[in-house]
Structures are given as C-alpha cells and as structure tokens.
Write a protein that binds this ligand. Sequence first.
Ligand code: MN
Length: 235
Amino acid sequence: MKKPLIGVTINFDESTFVYSVNQTYVKSVSKAGGIPVLISYANEEDVAALAKRLDGFLFTGGPDMDPSFFGEEPVPGIGSINPTRDNYEMKLVAAVMKTGKPILAICRGCQLLNVACGGTLIQDIYSQYKVDNLIKHVQVAPRWHKSHSVNLMPNTKFNEVFPGKTTIKVNSYHHQAIKELAPGWILAAQAPDGIIEAAEATNYPFLLAAQWHPECFFEFTDFDLLFKKFIKACK
Ligand code: MN
C-alpha cells in the first residue's frame, strides 16, 4: 500500500532564523507507516497547496500560543511566543480542515487546534488554575518517563486507541492547557487534577489532540498505538 505523506510542523527560531524539530516526531510517523514531510513557514500562501497534496498533518509541540488568538492579554506566566509559526499554523489548520484530512495534534498542537476551532486556553496552569490537588505537569525526568495518570473517557476515538483501559500513564511537558473546549469537541482524557489531557473533534472526520508527548514513546513496543491509528486514517 502507498505510504501516506504526513506534514509535520516544526519550530522556528525568530532570532536565529533556524528551523528545528525533535527527531522523535518524524521517527514516530515513519515507524507507524507514514513518510514525514517537514513544513517550513516560508510562504503563508502555500497552505492550500500543502493541504491538497499531503495526506495527513501532525501539529507538534513548541512555544506558547499568542493569547490574542483567543481574545486575551498575556498573563505574566506566559512563555515565549512565535508569531511566524502561530500565523502560519493558524492558516494551515484552516486550509487542512477544508479538505477533511486527518489531524494529530500534540502538546502545543493540541492547544493550537483547540484555539483554531474556537476554544480557549489556560495560559499558565501554575498561576491561573487553582485546585488543591494540582499535579506537576512539567516533569523533570526523561522524556519517555510516564509521570502522571490520565483518565480516559468512554466512547471516544482515544478510547479505541487504548481498548479496555480507563486509565493510562503519560509524560507531561506543558504549563498551558485547554480551558474551554472548541465547539464540537469532546473531552477524551483528563488528569486527576482536572486538567484536560486529550480531546477530539466530533464534527470532523479525524482530529485527535493530546496534551502529552506520545512521540517520545517511539522506542517502546506499544509506543505507536496513537500514531498507528492516525496513519491508518491517512491512507
Ligand atoms: Mn500533564
């Protein structure tokens, strides 16, 4: 069977003009049966052509979203903002969603897709999210280490990825999270402190968004359940 071409968004350093991406993303796409194609931010007018020619899109982790995209001023705890990437990815999401092609969104990607579909974010969990049982979402441990648990919601595509499980453990490298889910989205996984860890669109053929980093598990035998489901949807 023909391998699908998977567009992968990458980091862009606004001061050095250097593009970069963690190899775990492209290894995960490749191991699951896709051909990773790294997307540059050279020309925003190219998004429709990319959406047409590629078979699926992986929106990867990276810096914080500019809160002006969801109508907020930046709070003191917000991290670095990358306008070039924000602007390009927002246009790319819109172009891809016109085609109905599969989308897997990870960490920043999860936040980006939720905002692009009309949702909002917690800009900084530690200063804005007040609960007694708050857990550590920026782990100090190897990236493959699964530091906290998440509860999986029944009757979701995510639940199909982890059949028979109600709880899994994940890694965690985020200080932002989804606040209000975009219209048509449903909760798919939640940390014990209430933070949304995964969500999916019910009004789109395939749009899964995870707050954790499944690509860091690519060396494990069971790493690629989520990637395999995504790549299968792209064929
Ligand atoms: Mn987390």
